[in-house]
Write a protein that binds this ligand. Structure first.
Ligand code: AMP
Length: 410
């Protein structure tokens, strides 16, 4: 399945492509058609599954065709950080669409409040807000919720944990009866279900259970800059005693580069990528399975298909774009044996993405000090380095907007 199958407006499809999104994640595959059909939805999915795009894309597709006269969509999320992350994704997806949005969260100064108020007065299609600050802005009378068509509650379980139940109910009272409500939560204990039952009408359900890597895999990571990666991989491969080692890189260019580099250092290796004929790929795989070839390098194509026993070590030359790919990649080790070893290289840009993987696995991966001679590492700051997600460059708005964007005030 590809995003083309949803037949989104081309302006939205352009935004998706420029953000490097190619293939929908499982939650997107399941939720998007239901949302497009206007069902209420209760979705059990954690951060890292692609849940944000799962609700944003069909909603944005709907807003493109609206008359933009009223506030169309309200998204409520527990924290300022999450509101900012959702807003960043909207900014990327909606870049070519003319849809406007505004994040509303507390913690700023009086100027922030005034800016939010001004943008609200000018009118927007979508508000992404924390419950407390939204209630405060509602009281100031600049937000008209009467025409809202979509309500999204994101991380509902966390909002209840943070004591936002009454605030949420107050906000919902201000919304029209007829609207589509999308309810996302990482967990579904009874109190969450009872909240969902109260506010949803004949909801469809989507449940994404996350695969977890086998316990027996020793997972380690290095915080390493791109220019240090070659030295590090050479060091690790020279030291290793494993007889079969699988190396993953996200781009074909990196795969080819490594396949040229490693043999020069006396490390017998070959690469599998989409430029090879099927029979060439099979031949390389056969050599690897028969232990004639010690090092195999490939893109994620390899992570799902390959079924080779006795791979001792998996090296991720970069952090895979999709957390599920990480699980698949490292799952190539520790198959027949009960133990395995997975090492991931994290550059500064990929920190946040790796943090999502850790969150998904509910497990922190040990960050190893760089071996001598590689140069200095950096401190792990997953929350401090944000990126737009996806594989490619995302469009930027030229840094001009703060609270209002992409469409002149009406
Ligand atoms: P979320 O679960 O919504 O927090 O998304 C986790 C990360 O995955 C974000 O950085 C997204 O930008 C990214 N992402 C979501 N869906 C896709 C996709 N279909 N292709 C590539 N990246 C994605």
């Amino acid at each position: 399945m590809t995003f083309e199958d949803f037949h989104f407006d081309t302006k939205l499809q352009d935004g998706l492509s420029s953000m490097g999104y190619e293939k929908p994640t499982p939650i997107q595959e399941q939720a998007i058609p239901l949302i497009l059909e206007k069902h209420d939805l209760i979705a059990c999915a954690q951060t890292g599954t692609g849940k944000t795009a799962a609700y944003l894309l069909p909603i944005l597709n709907n807003i493109i065709h609206s008359d933009h006269r009223h506030l169309n969509t309200l998204i409520i999320a527990p924290t300022r950080e999450l509101v900012q992350q959702i807003d960043q994704q909207v900014e990327g997806f909606a870049y070519f669409t003319g849809v406007s949005s505004i994040p509303i969260y507390g913690g700023g100064d009086g100027a922030t409040w005034d800016q939010q108020k001004k943008a609200l007065e000018a009118g927007v299609d979508m508000i992404i807000a924390t419950p407390g600050r939204l209630i405060a802005q509602l009281a100031s009378g600049v937000i008209d919720l009467k025409y809202v068509q979509h309500l999204v509650l994101d991380e509902a379980d966390r909002m209840l944990d943070m004591g936002f139940h009454d605030d949420i109910m107050r906000i919902i009272k201000n919304l029209p009866e007829h609207k589509q409500t999308l309810f996302f939560s990482a967990t579904m204990p009874p109190r969450i279900r009872s909240l969902a039952n109260k506010i949803l009408r004949h909801p469809k359900e989507v449940n994404i259970s996350i695969s977890k890597p086998a316990e027996g895999i020793l997972q380690e990571a290095y915080l390493v800059r791109d220019e240090q990666k070659e030295k590090l991989i050479m060091h690790l491969l020279k030291e290793t005693s494993y007889s079969s080692v699988l190396i993953f890189a996200s781009t074909k260019d990196n795969v080819k580069h490594l396949a040229r580099l490693l043999p020069k250092l006396g490390l017998p290796s070959k690469a599998i990528h989409s430029d090879l004929e099927q029979n060439e790929r099979e031949e390389i795989l056969r050599e690897f399975k028969n232990k004639q070839l010690r090092f195999l390098i490939g893109t994620d194509v390899l992570s799902r298909g390959i079924d080779v026993d006795g791979i001792g070590l998996v090296i991720n030359y970069d952090v895979p774009p999709d957390p599920e790919d990480y699980i698949h990649r490292i799952g190539r080790t520790a198959r027949a044996e009960s133990t395995g070893h997975a090492i991931t290289f994290i550059n500064e840009r990929d920190q946040r993405r790796f943090y999502q993987i850790e969150k998904l696995m509910e497990r922190e991966v040990t960050k190893m000090p760089l071996p001598e001679g590689i140069g200095p590492s950096f401190e792990y700051q997953p929350e401090g380095h944000r990126h737009g997600g996806g594989k490619g460059a995302r469009p930027t708005s030229g840094g001009k907007r703060k609270f209002f964007k992409r469409r002149s005030p009406r």
